[in-house]
Design a protein around this ligand. Structure first.
Ligand SMILES: Nc1nc2c(ncn2[C@@H]2O[C@H](COP(=O)(O)OP(=O)(O)OP(=O)(O)O)[C@@H](O)[C@H]2O)c(=O)[nH]1
Ligand SMILES: [Mg+2]
Length: 367
């Protein structure tokens, strides 16, 4: 499984609708329940290069990367409840790699807005604030504990506590200025604490603005306007019509494309959403060819050939001999593998080779 994305937002913003659209699911939208009943679904990460490879290699099967989505089924405001539901929600969100925040922009008098009126910027600010508060309260509790522990700490332990205290205090200061951790430069020592406590504002954030069908023509302008509000490499804004996308997700691809053309939608909002959550998580794709299957795999940027092999099978990592690879572009230029071999473009790489996006790799191993 590649990445795990949590879908959050205010009540009735369209979280379940967007979840259904992403995963082709059929979870009942509409009910405004207070309980926490998460839905988990799988989406295939769009990868046009797989189609090209299919044309070149004629495999029996192509397998895309899968991404997991969790619709947490509760308003992000639930986080403010320290115990019970708030704690459960925090546990669930701590486990995800990336957050999707659904913000309502569609007009519909039959769906009440929890804030009483439509205001996309206000709702984005509210969502950010809830995430900031959640992180701050974790930090406060931890800092209190550190204070208490320092009193009885042995000299050898003091240094660690001091370092943690200093880091958390810096984080706190930034959060109080409304600066999410994802936008801070973070060194390797500080990164340890981010991993430890799984701070929500440190996770990449994709804001999905859920527009109505009649707003589709303004989607691009809306995205540009909102993206300008808070630029940053770890966050992105996408406007899409959740209801329409959820309906299209139930159709076959050619029918869906026809509908999209009718609505003047160039690229599926879903594909853009899935792609964006993948990119925000710093993932790249490599491909393998084996027993009639061309398969896409996802790894973090900077992963070595050895670790990439381990992603496929632990035996491949344990018995790693070398990797044989070619870039997607070179293979396409050559037209086929034998031609690439003749031109000497099939590279032999060792354990430490950093796998590149688009590499087509065969691992040689021995166990
Ligand atoms: N008109 C219109 N209605 C929508 C759209 N997206 C969602 N809805 C409706 O808004 C209501 C809430 O949608 P859900 O997807 O259930 O929202 P949610 O955020 O999951 O709601 P809770 O889980 O109860 O917080 C449902 O009645 C949907 O049919 C849209 O783009 N246009
Ligand atoms: Mg829901």
């Amino acid at each position: 499984m590649s990445i795990n994305t949590g879908i959050i937002g205010l009540a009735q913003s369209g979280k379940t609708t967007v979840f259904n659209a992403l995963t082709g699911g059929k979870v009942e939208a509409a009910h405004a329940g207070a309980g926490l009943s998460p839905h988990i679904g799988i989406a295939r990460v769009p990868e046009p290069r797989l189609k090209t490879l299919e044309g070149i290699l004629h495999p029996q099967k192509i397998t895309p990367v899968e991404a997991r989505y969790t619709d947490v089924g509760a308003s992000v405001k639930t986080l403010a409840q320290d115990k019970g539901l708030g704690g459960q929600l925090l546990n669930q969100l701590s486990a995800v790699d990336t957050l999707i925040c659904v913000v309502r922009a569609f007009k519909d008098d039959s769906v009440p807005h929890p804030q009483g009126s439509l205001d996309v910027k206000r709702d984005i600010a509210t969502l950010n604030m809830e995430l900031v508060f959640s992180d701050l309260s974790i930090m406060e509790r931890r800092l209190e504990k550190i204070e208490a522990s320092m009193k009885s700490a042995k000299p050898g332990e003091r240094q660690g506590f001091l370092q943690e205290k200093e880091t958390l205090a810096r984080f706190q200061e930034e959060l109080e200025k409304d600066m999410p951790l994802r936008e801070l430069p973070i060194d390797s020592v500080e990164a340890r604490y981010v991993t430890n406590y799984q701070f929500l504002t440190a996770k990449p954030l994709l804001v999905v603005v859920n527009i109505g069908e009649e707003q589709l023509a303004d989607a691009v302008a809306l995205e540009a306007e909102l993206a300008g509000e808070r630029p940053g490499a770890k966050s992105r804004v996408i406007a899409l019509c959740g209801k329409l996308e959820a309906e299209l997700a139930q159709l076959d691809e050619s029918a869906a494309q026809e509908f999209r053309a009718d609505y003047g939608i160039k690229e599926s909002g879903l594909e853009r959403t899935i792609k964006a959550s993948y990119e925000l998580s710093d993932l790249i794709t490599f491909f393998t060819i084996a027993s009639g299957e061309v398969r896409a795999w996802s790894i973090k940027k900077g992963t070595t050939a050895l670790k990439a092999a381990g992603k496929i099978h632990t035996d491949m990592e344990r018995g790693f001999i070398r990797a044989e690879g070619i870039s997607f572009d070179e293979l396409v230029k050559c037209g086929n593998i034998p031609e690439a071999k003749k031109k000497g473009l099939l590279r032999l790489e060792g354990k430490e080779y950093i796998v590149q996006d688009g590499d087509i790799i065969t691992f040689l191993f021995n166990v």
